[in-house]
Design a protein around this ligand. Structure first.
Ligand code: NAD
Length: 481
């Protein structure tokens, strides 16, 4: 069995100081496929030192050359695309086609920030226009320093690309801790760093869990900034750690996003977009549109169209050609979702579809795609992030009611609006409190547009120029002309 017991520090594989070992699972076969070190503070110490040593040289290299490394990284991922899709599907449980979408997303992200690195170089030292005579002012953007990056398990290689690519483009060096649940695909990044001869210390990868690596990394004062994606509970601890030394922090946290189906929507088309918004990746998406808000005149027809589509979802082996939905990524996540289903049972929620309507595969951490209708607004299922294939629906009488209900939530990551009139859809979209709003569309993600949310969904934005700014410090030189 593969043992991930070495850390990638300074372009070398170094035996982890950690003595605890964690099982890495294949969630479809419910079997252990590898073991990974839980890590240790001494691993963090060595990685931070390496990243600090590498920082001046990596910055001095300039944006053009850093961009060339990012393109080489994208090329290397492309060359491994099929193998990594398979590894990701096996370790995460997502259907193979979805793993392909992930790989393409990650590759596009590295290529985008390769271009951004060049653009950054071109704008260094630009003159600031102002009204004071005899004074010259120039603007520079410097790397924020050594960055600690921590990611979850739902989109291996993607979430890490959204952090590593802009951080390296900006001239930062990084210590990256992937989720201990899906370390196998992420391990490829270290292999690629060696293959493309990335300068030592620029990208350090530490395997481990929260106790072994996460906590020592977030508290380490050699880390200038932290960028974290994951749960709110851990995000708040990361933010507390960042407060020591007044260090920067970016957080991408949870969501409970709405999908609004307005009165003039075409029901069959709307049903397709509703399905894609909640059942993709077995619902383990931070931007899952898990609250369906439908105009009352369409509700019955829409629930019927959704039931037909839910019945057609093929659950099974993530590597199987005929699989639409794989298992949950871990037993822990399966159990968390089951707990919510038990709450729904106690609350007497009205299930249009749930486990009673289908036979689950005999193995794998599966949850049946579920749809509850007329869910009370004070139900825990309506308010809290479930992170599974569970859709809660309510009907409303007007666009204003739909907007008010959509905005009545602590999170604000994403939303979708569906209408026969694109102007109306955009008008409603503008009234929503969320960072990513799609109209008459599935959830299209592009590296050029921002990612991140309002309220409890986090702090800061990833992707686009905003994603790069997160890793830059602005400075001005001002003096006589
Ligand atoms: P999690 O918060 O449990 O773990 C995330 C990462 O933090 C893991 O690498 C974990 O090892 C590490 N960690 C755990 N304890 C830590 C600590 N005390 N200090 C530092 N690091 C620690 O989240 P998860 O269960 O892996 O992922 C699911 C959550 O992630 C969901 O809530 C989901 O909404 C969120 N998420 C958000 C986005 C987004 O872009 N907003 C994307 C993906 C996932």
């Amino acid at each position: 069995m593969q043992a991930l017991d070495h850390q990638f520090i300074d372009n070398r594989w170094v035996a982890s100081h950690g003595t605890r070992r964690l099982a890495v699972m294949d969630p479809y076969h419910e079997r252990q496929i590898a073991e990974v070190t839980a890590g240790d503070a001494r691993d963090v110490e060595a990685a931070v030192e390496a990243a600090r040593r590498a920082l001046p040289g990596w910055h001095a290299l300039g944006g053009e050359r850093r961009g060339a490394y990012l393109n080489a990284l994208a090329d290397a991922l492309t060359a491994r695309r099929e193998a990594l899709m398979e590894l990701s599907a096996t370790n995460n449980g997502k259907a193979l086609a979805e793993a392909g979408i992930d790989l393409d997303d990650a590759i596009a992200c590295y290529r985008y920030y390769a271009r951004q690195a060049g653009d950054l170089e071109a704008r260094q030292g630009r003159r600031i226009t102002h009204d004071i005579e005899g004074v010259d002012a120039h603007c520079y953007e410097d790397p924020a320093g050594v960055i600690g990056l921590i990611t979850p398990w739902n989109f291996p290689l993607v979430t890490s690309a959204w952090k590593i690519a802009p951080a390296l483009a900006a001239g930062c060096t990084v210590v990256f801790k992937p989720s201990e649940v899906t370390p196998l695909p992420e391990q490829a990044l270290a292999e690629i760093a060696l293959e493309i001869a990335l300068p030592p210390g620029v990208l350090n990868l530490l395997h481990g869990d929260g106790d072994g690596i996460g906590i020592p990394l977030t508290h380490h004062r050699g880390i200038d900034k932290l960028s974290f994606t994951g749960s709110n509970a851990v995000g708040e601890r990361v933010m507390q750690a960042a407060a020591e030394g007044s260090r920067g922090v970016s957080l991408e946290l949870g969501g409970k996003s709405p999908i609004l189906v307005l009165e003039d929507a075409e029901v069959e088309q709307a049903a397709d977009w509703v399905m894609a918004g909640i059942y993709f990746n077995s619902g383990q998406i931070c931007s899952a549109t898990s609250r369906l808000i439908v105009h009352e005149t369409l509700a019955e027809a829409l629930y019927e169209a959704l039931a037909t589509r839910i019945d057609a979802i093929r659950l099974g082996d993530p590597l199987g050609e005929n699989t639409d939905m794989g298992p949950m990524t871990s037993q822990r996540q399966r159990d968390r979702v089951r707990d919510y289903l038990a709450v729904a049972e106690r609350e007497g929620l009205d299930a249009v579809r749930d486990a009673r309507h289908r036979q689950l595969p005999s193995q794998g951490y599966f949850i049946a795609p579920t749809l509850y209708r007329d869910v009370p607004t004070d139900s825990r299922l309506w308010c809290e992030e479930i992170f599974g294939p569970v859709l809660c629906a309510r009907s409303v009488a007007s666009d204003d009611d739909a907007i008010a209900l959509a905005n009545d939530n602590e999170f604000g990551l994403a939303a979708t609006v569906i209408s026969g009139d694109p102007q109306r859809a955009q008008r409603v979209g503008r009234a929503l409190r969320a960072g990513n709003i799609w109209y008459n569309s599935e959830q299209i993600v592009m590296p050029e547009a921002s990612w991140g949310g309002f309220g409890r969904s986090g702090i800061g934005r990833e992707l686009g120029p905003w994603g790069l700014s997160a890793y830059l410090e602005v400075k001005h030189l001002i003096g006589p002309a």
